[in-house]
Write a protein that binds this ligand. Structure first.
Ligand code: ADP
Ligand code: MG
Length: 258
């Protein structure tokens, strides 16, 4: 199963991606968690101790690796480089393994400038495509609010694109824009997750925004989530009954056994 999580900044992408990684792991799956947000913090949402992730250099910042694989100097345009760099060893070699979850930090994709054909983007895109098309683990990608780094081929491999929203018009319109763009490049299976929902009313309001498309689930607003974030501890070990019910229902809706 290959899952991509996207949505407006601050709506809970990383929280959801992290907790789902833990659910799949606890259910016996091998999990590869991919942090594709330049502001990388997926490790903390999984509950990986900060000292373990501190030593992780994002792939986009590994100049030696980029040069070795693409044959070109990172950061420079207009060079000749390999369009199909070898990347199959990277997920295992350059990730941290934490209690059955491998975390791979991609780093920032450079934007702008003539289609972005710089060596680091070519490497990152090849890597993402390798991960989505060839790996046999459950893959969960925590993305930015955009879907720029998903090429067509990579998109086809996404089983489910989860989009987090909160009870506000702005995150809903971001979600709809993402869905349109994603549909254009071939993604069909979305799952909207309402987050930070204080009352059932607000949950219903979110659902109404996407009707007739059903939303996948709703996560209540919870101090437990904030507190786990603040203290940089594993949320999965601190869930109360409300959160358990919410996350389990989202997890089941993903149909991990199917
Ligand atoms: N259901 C929730 N209740 C309370 N706080 C939440 C909830 N979900 C996320 N948060 C908090 O909101 C902030 C943004 O969440 P995060 O998952 O980092 O969003 P994103 O990755 O979309 O930017 C974090 O401080 C997180 O702890
Ligand atoms: Mg995030």
């Amino acid at each position: 199963m290959k899952i991509a999580v996207t949505g407006k900044g601050g709506t809970g992408k990383t929280t959801l991606a992290g907790i789902l990684a833990c659910y799949f792991r606890d259910d016996g799956y091998k999990v590869l968690a991919v942090d594709a947000d330049p502001d990388a913090n997926l490790g903390s949402a999984i509950g990986i101790p900060p000292d373990l992730t501190a030593s992780l250099v994002p792939i986009s910042e590994r100049r030696k690796l980029i040069k070795e694989r693409t044959g070109a100097e990172p950061g420079e345009f207009g060079q000749m480089f390999k369009m199909n760099p070898v990347v199959d060893d990277i997920p295992d070699q350059y990730s941290v393994d934490f209690e059955g979850i491998k975390l791979l930090v991609m780093g920032a994709i450079r934007k702008g400038g003539g289609g972005c054909a710089c060596p680091e983007n070519v490497l990152l895109q090849s890597l993402l495509s390798e991960i989505m098309l060839k790996r046999d683990e459950v893959v969960i990608v925590d993305m930015e609010a955009g879907i720029e780094h998903l090429g067509r081929a990579t998109c086809k491999a996404v089983d489910r694109m989860l989009i987090t929203v909160e009870p506000g018009a702005r995150s809903i319109s971001t979600a709809k824009r993402i869905m349109e763009l994603a549909a254009e490049i071939g993604i069909e299976t979305f799952g909207v997750v309402g987050n930070k929902v204080v009352t059932e009313d607000r949950g219903r309001w979110i659902a109404g925004q996407f009707a007739p498309v059903e939303i996948l689930g709703v996560i209540p607003y919870s101090e437990i989530i904030l507190e786990a974030d603040r203290r940089q501890v594993a949320l999965i070990n601190r869930l109360d009954e409300n959160l358990k019910t919410a996350f389990e229902s989202i997890y089941r809706a993903l149909g991990p056994k199917g």
